[in-house]
Design a protein around this ligand. Structure first.
Ligand code: HEC
Length: 113
């Protein structure tokens, strides 16, 4: 009798472990986020600091190369939060460039509206 219970408990625990592992692997599969989808990526990773129209903390007068470098390497500022480095998060120079282009587009929509 008690033996049967122990088997059931063991089965329940194993099931929990299987579910946990499955959930964990599902989240890690998602976690290098879809850096190829620029608008989505901007929304999830950049918008909170740079705003709907890239109107915050974004100096368009910096050259493209400088901006791409800042996206990849980050930038320390006097008053936190700093600009995080996105290269360690899997963003490539091409993706950084397309993010910078996208921010300029957003900026334009801000001034025409
Ligand atoms: C935690 C806040 C934060 C997040 C998130 C963030 N940034 Fe920044 N970003 C900053 C700060 C702060 C600066 C520096 C602004 C300054 O020089 O005063 C900056 C600077 C920049 C610059 C250079 C322009 C400038 O004026 O210095 C670019 C380009 C940029 N960010 C793009 C991005 C992109 C693309 C993302 C998302 C992948 C992103 N940022 C996410 C805070 C953030």
């Amino acid at each position: 009798m008690s033996h049967g219970l122990r088997v059931e408990a063991l089965a329940a625990v194993s099931l929990l472990i299987v579910i946990t592992v499955a959930l964990l692997s599902a989240t890690t599969r998602l976690s290098p986020r879809r850096t190829d989808d620029t608008p989505e990526f901007y929304k999830s990773q950049c918008l909170s600091c740079h705003g709907d129209h890239a109107d915050l903390k974004f100096d368009e007068k910096l050259g493209d190369d400088e901006q791409v470098k800042i996206v990849l390497k980050g930038k320390l500022v006097d008053v936190p939060p700093d600009m995080p480095a996105f290269e360690p998060k899997g963003v490539t120079p091409e993706q950084a460039k397309s993010l910078v282009e996208y921010m300029k587009q957003l900026r334009k929509t801000a001034t025409t509206n």
